[in-house]
Write a protein that binds this ligand. Structure first.
Ligand SMILES: *[C@@H]1O[C@H](CO)[C@@H](O)[C@H](O)[C@H]1NC(C)=O
Ligand SMILES: *[C@@H]1O[C@H](CO)[C@@H](O)[C@H](O)[C@H]1NC(C)=O
Ligand SMILES: *[C@@H]1O[C@H](CO)[C@@H](O)[C@H](O)[C@H]1NC(C)=O
Length: 454
């Protein structure tokens, strides 16, 4: 029985591979075929007719796998068809890391050989394999109790909607967590436990992208240039000079970061958590952090310290500070530029008919690619007239309302409305509407045909 089991896995893998090798109309049929076969397996008895039948099927399947893909179906190959959809109902009865009783989602349960475990899982679930090398999974969240500020939940909802919009436009999945997974790691430390659980829950994702609740997308078209990060496992917005030389913990921001779903990252999260309040080394680390960065411990200082160590001590640097675009952008430097950016975009849409073309929302990425060519000289990040990618309302604390004394509550709210409406305009456009006044969240007007041409 055991032999037959592995034998069927082999067949299954072959079918899976040939399924990827060509993407024909037949592929969905073959998936069903493999699927049905698989279910039958559990009732299989070792009777003679069954062995003959399965032998016959094997020959048939092998024939299909080796010749079918290249010859029989060549005529019907739709080579530009996009990746096959995930097979959401298929989970073969083969033991994986999930079945190991000692395996856990929490930081106190170390995981070893994660890269291998992920790979095995992907091999067993071939519908998730295409594009698994740079698939991103967004993780965000907020506290479990109602916001103290009367407008807090309203803003959290709009911030969340903004992320849903971005995910829909790019086919990304997202997890919004609003429970404290590890009560000994409250406040900003909570993201460590959430990211770790998400890595394990999503072996199909190569990257986990953490976003704070108060960070929003202000460019709905821009996509993370993952090709830049092929040698790195952790990416955050920051300035190396400020962190490495001036030892400034505000030289980077932990409100938006990318972490590769791999063993290195699990170990990294362990080290990060070890500096946090759940650890018996917390006090020791707090003294080290105070000594180096002259500030009391928090998750971001701990992160700055880990960057410093990676920079100074590791031979193979795996951590990268991005400042070529706003992976995270401070709202104070961004919000006042939004009006001008809107005008620049309208200007070149007036001149370029393709960018004015109306289209179904689901093919918006196509127009993002077209626009990219025209943004070559726009720069990115500080001083650019390109739309800022992510705007982070650090210090505004919209939920509890306890904003940094540098700002006023009204200043924060005006800025949040402007940025949210600026982003919303990029979405609403596909529905035929626009906020003409970025400060007015509730009023929109219909867009005339061929807008903004005169
Ligand atoms: C397939 O894609 C390529 C490149 O994206 C394109 O040049 C070609 O015209 C497409 N073919 C069809 C049949 O859509
Ligand atoms: C917006 O553009 C105008 C005209 O080019 C310029 O004078 C102004 O300084 C710009 N404002 C900002 C915030 O960049
Ligand atoms: C934009 O909307 C705000 C808020 O409703 C309003 O105070 C402001 O006068 C409006 N600006 C213009 C130019 O209409």
């Amino acid at each position: 029985m055991k032999n037959m089991f592995s034998w069927y896995i082999t067949i299954f893998k072959l079918v899976g591979k040939s399924k990827q090798a060509y993407q024909t109309n037949q592929s969905s049929f073959m998936a069903e075929f493999a699927h049905a076969k698989w279910r039958k397996l559990t009732n299989f008895t070792l009777s003679l007719p069954c062995i003959f039948l399965s032998g016959f099927l094997t020959v048939l399947l092998l024939f299909w796998a080796f010749f079918g893909s290249n010859q029989i179906f060549l005529g019907s190959c739709k080579c530009n068809q996009s990746e096959p959809a995930f097979d959401l109902q298929f989970d073969p009865p083969v033991t994986t890391f999930y079945d190991d009783p000692s395996f856990g989602y929490t930081i106190d349960k170390p995981i070893r050989n994660w890269d291998e475990k992920r790979k095995t899982w992907l091999n067993l679930h071939p519908s998730f394999e295409p594009k698994s090398h740079d698939r991103v999974f967004i993780v965000t969240g907020s506290r479990s109790t109602p916001c103290k500020s009367p407008t807090g939940d309203h803003y959290l909802l709009r911030f969340f909607r903004n992320k849903v919009d971005y995910c829909r436009l790019h086919g990304y999945d997202m997890f919004y967590n609003n429970v404290l997974l590890d009560p000994s790691m409250p406040a900003c430390w909570a993201k460590i436990a959430t990211v770790r659980a998400a890595m394990v829950a999503h072996p199909e994702a190569e990257w986990i992208w953490w976003l704070d609740e108060d960070a929003i997308f202000t460019d709905m078209e821009y996509k993370i240039p993952f090709h830049k990060y092929k040698d790195f496992n952790f990416v955050v917005h920051g300035w190396p000079k400020l962190v490495y030389e001036k030892k400034r913990w505000l030289g980077l921001n932990a409100g938006s970061f990318l972490i590769r779903n791999c063993q290195w990252s699990l170990d990294f999260l362990d080290s990060w958590a070890d500096m946090g309040p759940r650890s018996q080394n917390y006090e020791k680390w707090a003294r080290v952090l105070l000594d180096v960065f002259k500030y009391e411990s928090n998750d971001q200082i701990a992160l700055a310290y880990l960057f410093l160590k990676d920079h100074e001590e590791s031979l193979e640097k795996k951590m990268f500070m991005e400042n070529g675009y706003y992976l995270e952008g401070y709202w104070v430097t961004i919000v006042d530029t939004l009006q001008n950016v809107s005008e620049r975009y309208l200007e070149f849409e007036t001149r370029n008919g393709m960018l004015r073309r109306r289209h179904a929302e689901m093919v918006s990425e196509r127009y993002g690619v077209l626009r990219e060519a025209l943004l070559k000289d726009a720069g990115n990040e500080f001083g650019t007239w390109r739309r800022p990618f992510v705007t982070h309302f650090a210090g505004c604390q919209p939920c509890n309302g306890e904003h940094n004394p540098l700002f006023t509550g009204k200043g924060c709210m005006d800025a949040m409305n402007k940025a949210l409406n600026f982003a919303d305009n990029q979405v609403l456009r596909n529905y035929g509407f626009v906020h003409r006044n970025l400060s007015d969240s509730s009023v929109v007007s219909p867009l005339p045909f061929d807008y903004p041409a005169l």
